[in-house]
Design a protein around this ligand. Structure first.
Ligand code: K1U
Ligand code: ZN
Length: 185
């Protein structure tokens, strides 16, 4: 398994449509394993293939110690609304309130290519919507009003301090401070 670099806001791959998976090969299973390893090391609850520079329609999610692989996922039912805070491993240290559906039903293939459906609400539903958006080139900041989006982008530019690289290395726990809400100042 490998720890992959994460592409950050500004990388064209984050705005591209992904390609559906036709066949689950060993290469796809390796990508799934690498996505999990990278997501856990980055303290995330989800990660989608474009975030590691790949164009396959695959995401992984782990909310409450329940790892899930989503291959070619589709949202087949949406219901209600919820508002809550979101972060993104491709836009580290920016947290904003986003309105999402409260409940979604997602249809996908698992890592063996077996179809399944999952009915999710609240935080898991939010996570699915965030990850499936990544697979269609959408980012959480796209849901902000003009003013809030401009403020988020100004903060991002300030945090970047002229950094040119469109990828970031994930520093595993214990090897550095890392990113995230609970990181030390
Ligand atoms: O796709 C990603 O960028 C991962 C992202 C998913 C996500 C976060 C919050 C709401 C919906 C979807 C993250 O995991 S960012 C990390 C984060 O904000 C977080 C990590 C652990 C617990 C709570 C939040
Ligand atoms: Zn994200």
């Amino acid at each position: 398994m490998s720890l992959l670099d994460i592409y950050v806001l500004g990388a064209p791959i984050l705005r591209q449509e992904t390609k559906p998976i036709e066949e689950i090969t060993d290469e796809i299973r390796t990508l799934v394993d690498d996505l999990f390893e990278t997501m856990y090391a980055a303290n995330g609850v989800g990660l989608a293939a474009p975030q590691v520079g790949r164009s396959e329609r695959i995401a992984v999610v782990d909310v409450d110690d329940h790892p899930l692989v989503l291959i070619n996922p589709e949202i087949v039912l949406v219901e209600g609304k919820q508002r809550g805070e979101e972060g993104c491993l491709s836009v580290p240290d920016i947290y904003v309130d986003v309105e999402r559906a409260r409940r979604v039903v997602v249809r996908a293939l698992d890592r063996d290519g077996k179809p399944f459906e999952i009915d999710a609400d609240e935080y898991l539903a939010r996570c699915f919507q965030h990850e499936i958006d990544h697979l269609h080139g959408r980012l959480f900041i796209d849901y902000l009003s003009f003013v809030k989006r401009r403020a988020a982008l100004a903060k991002w530019d300030k945090l970047r301090k002229g950094e040119k690289s469109l990828t970031r290395k994930v520093v595993p726990e214990g090897a550095g401070r890392g990113h995230g809400r609970n990181s030390e100042p």
